[in-house]
Structures are given as C-alpha cells and as structure tokens.
Write a new protein. Structure first.
Length: 275
C-alpha cells in the first residue's frame, strides 16, 4: 500500500434502478468526497474480480442485489479471500452478506427479531395473523416477496423461503454504523412510503437494541445498517442487518451530517487498509 495515498476500487452499479432511491447520486456524492484522501476508481461489480489486484483495497457499495450475478459474485468473493484482497466490508459478515439464515437463527434464540421460520413443522411458532410475508432466503430489495394467507404456507415452507407474520408496525427505522460506532438514524414515519426518510433521534434503549446486532455480527470495520420496525407494543424488532452494500440515504442528511459520515468512513478505511 502506498504510504500517503492509498488506492481504492469502488464497486457500484450506477445504472441499477432501485425503488424510491437513486444509487448513482449517493455514490457520486461519496466518491467525490473520498477522493480527497484516496486515489479512487469506480467499476461495475462484474468487473471487480479482474481489476481488484491493482488496488490497495476494494470498497463494495451500491452494487445492487447479487442475485442478478450470483455466479460472478461468488467467484469474486472466492478469489478475494484466496488472494488476501482487502474488501470493505470484510467478507466475514454473518448477516445479509451470508444470506437470510441469521434471521432464522436469531428468531430461534428469542432475539428481538420479526418471528421467522422456514419449515412446515415450525409454522406453529409464528403468531397468528391474517397475512404472512413469504420471501426467498437469498432475496434482496423485496425481490420475490409475497403476502399470503395462512393456508398457503405449508406448501411453501420447503426451506428455500422465509415466512414471517405481517407486522402492523408504526414505522421503520434504520441505524447506520461505521465500524462499531453509531453515526445517524433515519425513519419512515409513513409505513407505505419506506424511502421517504426523515432524521430520527434514537433513545438510549433504541441504541442498545441496534448495538446488540452490530456486536453480534463482529465486523471490526465496515458500514452496516440495522433496519427495525416499531411493533404495536412499542418495542423494536429487527427487520434486517445489511452488512454487504447498505444504501445509506445520505441525501436525507444535512451538510454537517454528511461531513461527519464521510470523516468516519475515511478514518475507518485508513485503519482498515493499514491492517
């Protein structure tokens, strides 16, 4: 690694069309700021494996769901681990980076997670509801998500999907972390408008909730987003822990908030690249 100006390969799909979000705008903003401290080049996720050896580190950001290029992503991951390439976030994440199995595991352990099962013999563990969410274990960005009545569940619980009750939540809230440090929180006050986000001032109890999952994941470096919903009883329930390429909604922050996040990310990347 160069002594003064580390080089970064920044992986993003600028053309990906996400519902309610513009990935390209966020990555243009973030890369324009990171260039103050790093020599930086952008590439599409399909090009990352071929280019990564020429850089001090690889930053995986808004690269879109890997479902569209699963074979190529698996090859990139295998080669990066084999060759010791520094990938940020590190490829040791236990949450969305590894699929959705963690939701089943955490639910079985009694953690504050939306109740989740994947087998017919476990359906009795779910609370009774008029509607249930069924989504692929390897899903992302609501791809393949269906809302179904109870009688449709036994035929679908084959281990390849997650089944959860439809929670009548008050709102969804996201907590953004860099390394193990909380940065900011945003929430969607209107449940039917998930990506119309506003700043959220978390309570001490809220932060204890989010920190629990950050600590559980064990990533020493990286950007993570803890998504939760406020259940009818007032408690938070984990929706997902995004540790691969979390969208950050930087456009919902004021200038001071953006500055603070960029500074935290820059420090994290420098420490990460220094080993």
């Amino acid at each position: 690694m160069s002594a003064v100006r580390p080089s970064l390969l920044y992986v993003t799909d600028l053309a990906y069309q996400a519902r309610g979000r513009r990935y390209c705008d966020e990555d243009v903003l973030l890369t324009s700021r990171l260039r103050a401290d790093f020599d930086l080049a952008l590439c599409h996720p399909l090009d990352a494996a071929a280019l990564m050896q020429s850089f001090d580190g690889v930053v995986v950001r808004n690269s879109g769901p890997v479902l569209g290029y699963q074979k190529e992503y698996d090859a990139f991951r295998e080669r990066a681990l084999q060759d010791g390439v520094r990938v940020y976030n590190p490829l040791t994440g236990r949450a969305d980076m590894a699929g959705k199995q963690y939701l089943l595991d955490l639910s079985a352990e009694g953690c504050p997670v939306i109740p989740t099962v994947d087998r017919p013999e476990d359906l009795h563990r779910l609370p009774e509801a008029d509607r249930y969410v069924v989504k692929p274990k390897l899903g992302a960005d609501s791809i393949g998500l269906r809302i179904l009545p109870p009688d449709a569940l036994p035929a679908l619980a084959d281990g390849s999907v997650l089944i959860q009750p439809c929670v009548d939540f008050t709102y969804e809230v996201s907590f953004i972390y860099v390394d193990h440090d909380f940065q900011y929180a945003l929430y969607a006050p209107h449940p039917d408008r998930r990506w119309q986000l506003e700043p959220y001032r978390p309570t001490v109890r809220d932060l204890e909730f989010a920190q629990r999952f950050i600590d559980w994941n064990g990533l020493a470096h990286g950007i993570q987003r803890v998504d939760a919903c406020r259940a009818p009883d007032g408690e938070l329930l984990l929706v997902e822990l995004e540790d691969l390429n979390p969208y950050l909604s930087l456009d919902a922050l004021d200038e001071a908030g953006q500055d603070a996040f960029v500074a935290a990310t820059t420090r994290s990347l420098r420490h990460f690249l220094a080993g």
